[in-house]
Every structure is written in structure tokens, then in C-alpha cells.
Design a protein around this ligand. Sequence first.
Ligand SMILES: [Zn+2]
Length: 330
Amino acid sequence: MNRRTGAVALAAAAMSLSACGAAITLPAIPTASVATSAPSAGSTPAASPTPSAAATTTDGSMRQGLPDEVVDRLTLSRVFLEVAGVQGLHYRLSPRVVAVGNTTDTVLTTLVETANDSIPRIESLTGEHAKDKYLILAAANDSTAQKWTGDSNVADADGITMPYGKAAWIVIPTGHRFSDGGRVIDDDDYFRHVMDHEVFHADTLPVGFDDPSVPEWMVEGYAEWAANQEVSTGPEKEPPARLPSDTEVVNDTDDGYFRAGMFVQYVADRFGTSKALAYYRAMLVATHGSIAEEFHRATGADFTTTVAAWQHQFHEQFESFDPDWQWVSD
Ligand SMILES: [Zn+2]
């Protein structure tokens, strides 16, 4: 995927937006490595290996070792050992963010500042205030990103949210260079969109979320819709007017993420944000009814008819959509 953007010429992201994926297919990390090797997870960090032993200070602005607050947040998310095993860790803190990574202080500062902007924006939209600070891991290379996500396929990811442990964490592959040579953090507008997308996942997905009966268009479409509120992104070429299948979202086929986001935008425009979010929330409850039943319960409308109506106006919706950040599909 090639892209162009009006204001910023930096080569940020040849990656597909599928990169934004919530890693809902990766239950391995929380149950396997961390739970078995870190019996203290969720309880007292005192039983864990000495945290400071794992952290190296390479920057004068960083204190030796990881402070208790950082260790506590890592433990809450059950990624403590995965993170502690990586050399050259730095961290940055803000009132809402714990950022840790094997990267520079400058990169971590970019993450924290972007997240500081995203969090109130997204929480204002969702009405859900996270009680714990958001944990954002900056992976300086693909192997680190894999370690922190349990995902063997992070090469095209510009952000991954893991809704595990007792609080989600977000992994940003800050060192990965996409096919056009750029990193996800190189384009402020695009990165703002990515952070909003991931914060929406982290803010709204239930802990341990792994429900295949919730369609991918919903998980990713709502995150895209939320992210589009601040920096809207879209393709130059009009994609087919079809609600994407799970596979089309996972592979971002024919701009699957974008189409999913456009459908959610339609639902929100037509029925209101509150009903659109009520539908999303209802589907995230384990005992949810069918897609159509919950849609009718939340909006009073018929799902199939609504999808058809969205398709009917998609061309017009696309024509009137004026993205801040645009790409050219292959
Ligand atoms: Zn996503």
C-alpha cells in the first residue's frame, strides 16, 4: 500500500490499517509464560525478580531500574517478565500513562505526549474512564514486538492492543520501518490516529476479550470510527460498498478497516453516538444475542435493512468524506 498525505511528507506508513488490530487471537501470553513464571502477577511485586536488575540506564534522564509504579503496572498486565527480559529499557510516566520500551527517551516522550492527548479525547467519547494508567510498550524491533504481543506477525502492525491481565496494554513498534522506510511515529497526524485507535481498544475491550462471535468489523470499525474523529484517514480510491468479512478486516482487503469504520460512522450518524456505543457494548458482553438482535435492541432498527441502506448511500458518504490523511491502495 502506498499512501500520500497532504501536509506531512514523512513516510510513515505503508502498513495497512490492519496494523491497528486488537490482538484478540493471542491468548498465549497471559495464560502461558507470565502466569506460570510470574506467580506474583496480580499480587505483590515483591515476589517478582528484582525489577531494577532488568533495567539498564543509558540516558541521564532515566533513573536506575524501574520504579514500583512501573513494575506494578507491568504486573497488572501480566507482561512483567516479558518486559523485564529486554535490555536497555527506558520509561516515562504521566498522570495517565506508563510508557516503557527498549528505545530512546525521545521516542517515549512522543508516545506519552500523543497518548496524553488521546486518552481524554477517547474517554470523553466512550464515557469510560480507565482506573489504571494506560500501559504503552515501545518495541524498538520486531522481535521485541513479538515478545510483547505473542504475535508472530507484527511486521505490518502499527499498533497492537492486548486486552489481557487485569488491564490492557498497547504495543507500538516504534523501531519498525515499513516498506516506504518510515516509522509509525514519524507522521504526527497518522500516529495520532493510531494512538486514538489503540486507546479505544484498551479503554473498551473487556479483560481477556477473545470472542469470535463478535465480528471483526465491529472491533476494528468502532476503533476506526473513534480514531477518525480527530484525524480521519481513508483511501483515495473508493472501495466496494460492502460490510467487510472477518478475513477482509484481518487482511485489510479492499480497505476493510476503512469500510468497517464507515459503517459505524453511518450507524452513529443515523441513530446517535449513544445508541451506536450501546450496540457495541452489548456485543462485548459474553452472553450477547445475535448481531441482529442486539442491533435491534440498541437502535430499534433492522440490521439487514440498515446495512443495505448504508450500502446504498456509500458512494455519497465516500464522496463527502474528506480525510486528513489519505493513502493510495495498490
Ligand atoms: Zn485495531
